[in-house]
Design a protein around this ligand. Structure first.
Ligand SMILES: [Zn+2]
Length: 459
């Protein structure tokens, strides 16, 4: 089937051009003026933007956490992603203690099987780096995985010590993989959390107070130093604060291969949101926590000057009424995570582009092109060009969208952005040439999403 988008503005990181765009089957066949299109279905894109489909490289769908799980699975999460203009994502497989990487990967493949409606890839979280597991890291590229993740927080669960970080990073470097790091000092946080609970400080706001930004800055610097010793390329996930940003900027100025992302919600909320009346603050509990308005300004600066390469979501939704409620008497029992997979493009465009902070090209770069380049999907994904997958977002810069849990597609009973109105939204979305969203309605098919086997990237 052929589809011709006529008269739209085709947007890329370097700028925009007025052009027709022809899709043939799953790929983009041509971009230009007066493209021959005898038998094509025509979509009038005049007055609209054509953006490469968004790529969210940090998500947790159907993720088990003790006796609960994140509330979106690979079907509901994909429908929500698509409705927000995201056509690919990379989710985190999590190795279980005592288990192998292959076992964990099989478990996650089964979760996506038959449900996926957009394309998806996997990162591998190393939770138990026994010698045989370190050896298994070398097999990841043949399974389509070119990134490993390690955590410096969540003591007793996912946290690795510095020696383990070094061992994983060395192996990753040996096999040309990128290491992603959650940078917080889990040992010190553990002490602060216990102290808060013992002192009777049990409300959601103490979650932020027990995870100060200084410890994110310290851990970021430590991760970068260990990576330097290991000869590893690193990617700092969900960076939230000036203290961490300074470390990344310093490393980049030395020429180290250090990259970083932030998540869209960190531009909108502060630690004050954890102190909303009643137990409302629990809706805003995620790690690292929301910081200060000064940190938000620093993040915008990092997005503009290139210190931050990517804006993702860390989408990890938990229902307020049931799951978040576990922490009513003790903030350490509130499941960490927030919903955002559907809101990323709309809210970043609104605050960033409409707000005069970033250009439309930069918006496309941090939400699609840079993620594709860094994570081994380029030029198949992340760009509108002949030969690339026809992952296309038809974007109406004038559409007004009021965000609400009543109308969003995420399977979660609240929205971070409840009641906020944004200007600019996707009104049509295509995945490999197949339309999956029409206006704000999902029209795709469960099971049509494909697993993305990713390439190694050397830079
Ligand atoms: Zn995460």
């Amino acid at each position: 089937m052929r589809t011709l988008f006529t008269g739209g503005t085709v947007v890329g990181p370097e700028g925009s051009q007025q052009a027709d765009l022809l899709v043939d089957g799953e790929r983009i066949a041509a971009i230009g003026r007066d493209v021959p299109h005898s038998d094509a279905r025509v979509v009038d894109a005049a007055g609209f933007y054509l953006l490469p489909g968004g790529i969210d490289v940090h998500t947790h769908l159907d993720m088990p956490l003790d006796d609960i799980r994140s509330s979106d699975d690979f079907q509901t999460g994909h429908v929500a992603a698509a409705c927000g203009g995201t056509t690919s994502h990379i989710d985190f497989v999590i190795q279980t203690k005592g288990g192998s990487l292959r076992q964990a990967l099989d478990t996650w493949h089964a979760r996506a099987e038959g449900k996926a409606c957009i394309d998806y890839g996997f990162h591998m979280t190393i939770a138990d780096p026994r010698p045989e597991v370190l050896e298994e890291i070398g097999r990841l590229p043949e399974w389509g995985i070119t990134t490993v993740k390690v955590l410096m927080a969540y003591k007793g669960r996912l946290q690795l010590d510095d020696a383990q970080l070094l061992a994983v990073m060395r192996k990753a470097a040996e096999h040309g993989l990128l290491t992603m790091v959650h940078c917080e000092n889990g040992d010190v946080i553990d002490v602060l959390e216990r102290g808060a609970v013992a002192a009777g400080h049990r409300e959601p706001k103490y979650h932020a107070l027990a995870r100060p930004s200084a410890l994110e800055g310290e851990a970021t610097g430590r991760a970068i130093a260990i990576a330097q010793v290991a000869g590893a390329r690193v990617y700092i996930v969900h960076l939230t604060c000036e203290a961490a940003l300074d470390q990344v900027r310093l490393a980049q100025s030395r020429g180290d291969s250090v990259f970083a992302e932030t998540c869209v919600q960190y531009f909108f909320f502060t630690a004050d949101d954890l102190d909303r009346p009643g137990f409302e603050g629990a809706k805003f509990v995620c790690s690292p926590p929301f910081r200060t308005s000064r940190d938000q300004e620093a993040l915008w600066g990092g997005l503009v000057d290139g210190t931050l390469s990517v804006v993702s979501t860390d989408h990890c939704p938990f229902n307020f009424a049931t799951d978040k409620a576990h922490g009513r008497e003790d903030f350490t029992k509130i499941p960490n995570g927030v919903p955002a997979i559907e809101d990323r493009l709309i809210m970043l465009h609104h605050a960033g582009v409409n707000g005069g902070r970033i250009t439309l090209g930069r918006f496309v770069d941090v939400t699609a092109t840079a993620p594709a380049r860094l994570f081994g999907l380029y030029p198949r994904k992340g760009v509108l060009a002949p030969g690339s997958d026809a992952d296309i977002v038809l974007w109406d810069p004038r559409a007004r969208r009021t965000i609400s849990a009543r109308t969003h597609h995420m399977r979660v009973d609240y929205s971070l952005f409840e009641g906020q109105t944004a200007t600019g939204a996707p009104i049509g979305v295509w995945v490999r040439g197949m339309q999956v969203v029409d206006e704000n309605r999902f029209v795709g098919q469960s099971g049509s999403g494909q697993y993305l086997s990713r390439n190694r990237v050397r830079q």
